[in-house]
Design a protein. Structure first.
Length: 133
């Protein structure tokens, strides 16, 4: 399926060494036609929290300002992910999230996408980076 192909692009295989590594910037958990996030970054605010900031790139389009943020976090070492849906609007420009206990004291990778207010269309996801909690 297309979803599997989007994720598999993020795996780099070394056939000589018989190993694989994850290339986070190439992983996409969402692919769509609406405006993608213009992310500024992700920071850790506490052992169990992350703060994500982005620009409201909707211009004067009030409909785009209502797009809902979708956040994916993952731990590469154990291939574990957690999707946090509809946590803020595009116009909010920031969100602070409490992550599940199994992500505490880990280095996590973070991605972001938007879904429209009607839940019909989505944006391409963008990789925000890794952060240690």
């Amino acid at each position: 399926s297309q979803a599997s192909a989007n994720v598999l692009r993020g795996y780099v295989l070394d056939f000589d060494a018989n190993t694989w590594t994850i290339d986070n910037p190439n992983i996409m958990f969402s692919k769509g036609s609406i405006l993608a996030p213009y992310a500024i970054g992700v920071t850790s605010t506490a052992t169990n929290q992350i703060k994500i900031d982005w620009n409201d790139n909707s211009g004067s389009n009030t409909h785009r300002q209502l797009d809902q943020a979708q956040i994916l976090i993952g731990i590469n070492q154990v291939s574990k992910t957690f999707l946090i849906e509809n946590v803020a609007t595009r116009a909010d420009q920031t969100v602070t999230l409490t992550v599940p206990p199994e992500f505490h004291n880990q280095t996590i990778a973070v991605w972001m996408a938007f879904r429209d207010a009607e839940f019909l269309n989505a944006s391409d996801s963008v990789y925000l980076g890794t952060i240690s909690l």
